[in-house]
Ligand binder design. Sequence first.
Ligand code: DGJ
Length: 732
Amino acid sequence: MSIVFTEIAKTFSLHTSKTTYQLKIGNLNYVNHLYYGATIHDEDLSYLIRRYDRGFSGNPYDSLKERTFSLDAQPQEFTTQQQGDFRINSIEVQNPDGSFSFDGRYIAHKIYPGAFTLKGLPTAFATDKDTVDTLEIVLEDAVTKVQVTLLYSVFEEADIIMRAARVHNGGTGEIALKRIMSLNMDYMNGGNLDIISLPGRYGQERQVERQPLTHHVHKIRSGRGISSHQQNPFIALVEKEANEEYGSCYGFALMYSGSFLAEAELDQYDQARLVLGVNDRLFSYQVAPGEDFDTPAVLMTYTHKGLTAMSRNYHNFFRNNLNKSKFVRDIRRPVLINTWEAAFFDFDDVKLIEIAKAAKGMGVEMIVMDDGWFGKRDDDNSGLGDWYVNEKKIKCGLTELVRQINDLGMKFGIWFEPEMVSEDSDLFRSHPDWVMEIPGRHAVRSRNQLVLDVSRKEVQDYLITSINAILDSANIYYVKWDINRAITDLWSNALPAGHQGEVSHRYVLGLYRVMDGIIKTHPDIMFEGCAGGGGRFDPAMLTYFVQYWSSDNTKPLDNLKLHYGSSFLYPLCTMGAHVSQASSMVPLETKAAIAMCGTFGYELDATKLGPDEVAVCKKMSDLYLKYYDINFFGDYYRLANPFENVNLVAWECVSKDKKEALLTVVTVNLTVNGPQEYIHCRGLEPDSLYQVEKEGSGVVLTASGMALMHAGIPIPREIPEFTAFMYHLKSL
Ligand code: DGJ
């Protein structure tokens, strides 16, 4: 059992293979946080909490004359302001009498095997190789009878703890949740922490930012209704000294696809607190007596072995415990060509067949018909919502088109943008009330489209029925599920005035229901997510999508940064990456080597390539297949930081048995008459001898793992800029 309750000390010790998390039913039945770090035994660590009479930090009434017990200074598992804790908090609830009090004290707990699940929200699951146990701790406010259950599932081998909170209204009147966080994480000594986050923008998602945690509230958030291009729902708190190979790193990833909030604060006593959950802005959720509210789950991990090990824990977990689709591991994903940058809206069935025929010679195995095949959709001003085939473009019909593509020996994929509607569409004309628009106002347009009120059941049902009808009408192998705007005008015509604060969250729940009804009912179709690139690339989406389109920016050099940043949380096998026509100064080989740092494909008009270019593409598609297993299932190492190193960028994937590795180096700038550069491998078997083969040049070196890691590999100079080298290391 990975969870140990010690009756006398009243401690809960949650053990993963390399970490321990400890909490305790403490003074006055408040639940204290005691420890999260490298493995310790089950001993009671409450000696770490020192109590002082702190001025202006008040004491709960029932601590009587005891002035040293203040929630303002105690490390806790779940926090609330009204009991004298003035730091950022977990909950704000308005009770039927108008008060905002919640005084949560321990009343019960249970421990059981397996992972918890949440109502309407995705969670990670245990595989038959995992040992997983769950702890539930119930806190109750004695006056209002509102309960909060803290949920912890311990994935022992994976070194991951999944957390969430469930509010139960055990009282007699309706309550309004104004804020409810999934996780509260306290550090008794937080003065030495940095925050790492993944900010960005459209076309430049998931860049990396590191800043010291200081005495103010740091907010990382999306208020855009989607997890967003601008921030990813991920935050790491790391020791200032932490680097790729060394140092304490705490990672927190929220499994949620809507507006989220992470707040971190260094308090007056240099203790740190982090909360993470649904964004409380424009949020107010009514919970009727007897009802529950579940927060989304957080996946947290700890390691003292630096950033690589933190990312590794997530990479392994995301590959094993989020998505049961056979396309995650059991079926190799095909090399694809997408029509978007090839033709935009300007295509018909004949053009698609031409692209497919031309792409065949490039080693492409699947053509994806992107936006423009349905309704009246010749540009981005119309047609969204009308999920039926435009037979002016697809003259032979979808079933026949797919048959002809299949006859070429290729698979077929199709694009949808389910949550959106164009004002110029049959759907909008027949159901204008299905859009998110506040009565008496005009909704914000973005890309000239409006957002469907996906919180409504009839909208969800329409989407499930109409999209499934298309999927079932032809031999479709793949779906790209897009969303091309943020969500504004939070309003649902289906909800009374007092419930409008629920719309943003209900939208996300509705979306998951639609995805359950389409994705989970089509296990033979491979689904890729997209949000104008990577605007909703998050762990919850990966429970549905085996891969996510990383960015609309296909410029290869920008992608070096994008992949580097994304890799803090996401494994390569989840990152959609294509070779495109962007950046003509970068050779095709280099573009392809960079796209192999993800799920490989093309985004160009294959009919316009010359025979030499087709041959290069074929060679690179073959290399992608050759290195598929190392890239998709191996251990990934960031070797050179593209935000710091202006000369070259490098990364490496090492097979789990360390017998093979693929090292990729891209020169982005070669200074004239500059120094010799070396790349130091990582993760090899020190005493094994490796043969180093440079793709295209044969064996260039034989050296021990030790030498390759500590002395490095010299990178050729006097070569054209933007050259990529792929070194295949094989142990002899
Ligand atoms: C945004 C996506 O990121 C693109 O790849 C493409 O699918 C367009 N939408 C189509 O509208």
